[in-house]
Design a protein around this ligand. Structure first.
Ligand code: CIZ
Ligand code: SF4
Length: 369
């Protein structure tokens, strides 16, 4: 292992005003000197200027699995905070996860936190036997301490690829699910399982008892935490109606973080991995309206163009994930140069007391999906 020094010799300030072209030369040089000691992971939502440096690409879970299968000491995660945490949890003891900009969070993940979830659990326990009747399920877009909460309470993690299989597992354990933080993924999954809306009430964490009566809590099968993704909520039914009027043969594909009406109007609904696969495998000369983050859609559009396929962004308004955008060539160059000099910056290290139960839920998820 590389010997680590305490103070990073290079401050970010020296990189802030570099042009992307200047960064390019420095990223390539630092990358070359690190060799297979480092692996650069890029999520589908990363901007093109960063994505070009990826060794591995995919959704958060695929990336964490791929990275832990390497011998790389440094896992440089170009994505958001919870993803780097998952990479840290899933990787070996000698591997170090690094997030080039610590400000790259996820506003949806921040809509649930441990204090609020614990309060919810206490409030549920006043009405039900929560430990026997409710399985907590957290979307992978959540902080490690919430995954740990699920680990301690017989719960599990899901991703947008496996939400249905995980919900089936959870109902196999207990009669109800508490699903956080994304109400839309929860609702779409519950709807697919035939659960009526009145058995899927929204739990508002800012209200006493989630804003529900004891009767509503007792009747609920799936409690949906009041959280959402600010990017995916931009997509609206009107965008789909307009597209269908203009292109009657066109096809619509959406991410399940979109609202229920958008999912219902779509021909396909699925995770980023699913969206990429469906559009790439589609017949030549098809036209697609895609409801997910703009960087993914632009990249996909370029990749399928040769087959005469058109992939167009669902919203007329540009809506990127602003936190994903925080990872830029400047931060990547800064991170890699420090690592090449033996200085770890922006390490994401989940404390052991959280990592152990969080790993348990992630392993449960892998076994159940
Ligand atoms: O898990 C991921 O990578 C996210 C955030 C979305 C998806 O559908 O892949
Ligand atoms: Fe979070 Fe939404 Fe950005 Fe995904 S697109 S990382 S859910 S804010």
């Amino acid at each position: 292992m590389t010997e680590l020094t305490e103070i990073p010799p290079i401050a970010f300030a020296a990189f802030a005003s570099l042009s992307d072209a200047d960064c390019h030369a420095r990223i390539v040089a630092a990358r070359a000197s690190l060799g297979d000691k480092a692996v650069i992971l890029c999520h589908h939502y990363q901007r093109a200027e960063v994505y070009q440096y990826a060794d591995l690409t995919g959704d958060s879970l695929r990336l964490a699995r791929l990275a832990s299968a390497t011998n790389a000491e440094y896992i440089v995660f170009c994505g958001v905070h919870f993803m780097a945490e998952v990479a840290d949890i899933m990787s070996g003891p000698g591997q170090i996860a690094v997030l080039p900009d610590l400000a790259a969070g996820c506003s949806m993940a921040d809509m649930a936190n441990l204090a609020k979830v614990e309060r919810c659990w206490r409030e549920l326990a006043a009405v039900l036997n929560a430990e026997e009747q409710v399985t907590p399920v957290t979307y992978i877009n959540s902080a490690a301490d919430l995954k740990a909460f699920c680990g301690r309470h017989g719960g599990i993690v899901c991703t947008s690829s496996n939400a249905r299989a995980i919900a089936e597992w959870a109902f196999g354990q207990r009669e109800k699910i508490l699903f956080f933080p994304d109400q839309h993924l929860g609702r779409w999954t519950g709807h697919g399982m035939g659960i009526p809306f009145d058995e899927m009430p929204v739990w508002d964490p800012d209200l006493e008892n989630g804003g529900l009566t004891p009767e509503q809590i007792r009747q609920a099968r799936l409690l949906l935490w009041k959280g959402h993704c600010a990017v995916h909520q931009m997509f609206q039914p009107a965008h789909i109606h307009k597209f269908r009027a203009e292109h009657p043969d066109g096809l619509v594909i959406s991410h399940p973080e979109c609202c229920f009406e958008v999912c219902q109007l779509s021909d396909h609904v699925g995770s980023t991995e699913h969206i990429v696969k469906i559009v790439k495998d589609a017949a030549p000369n098809t036209r697609w309206l895609v409801g997910t983050e703009l960087n993914l859609v632009n990249r996909l559009a370029g990749e399928v163009k040769e087959q005469g396929k058109i992939a167009q962004f669902m919203s007329p308004i540009v809506c990127m994930c602003s936190t994903m955008q925080r990872i830029d060539p400047q931060h990547l160059a800064w991170t890699l140069e420090n690592l090449a000099a033996g200085h770890v910056v922006n390490r994401i290290a989940v404390p052991e007391h959280e990592a152990v139960p969080a790993r348990l839920t992630l392993e449960r998820m892998l076994a159940a999906s």
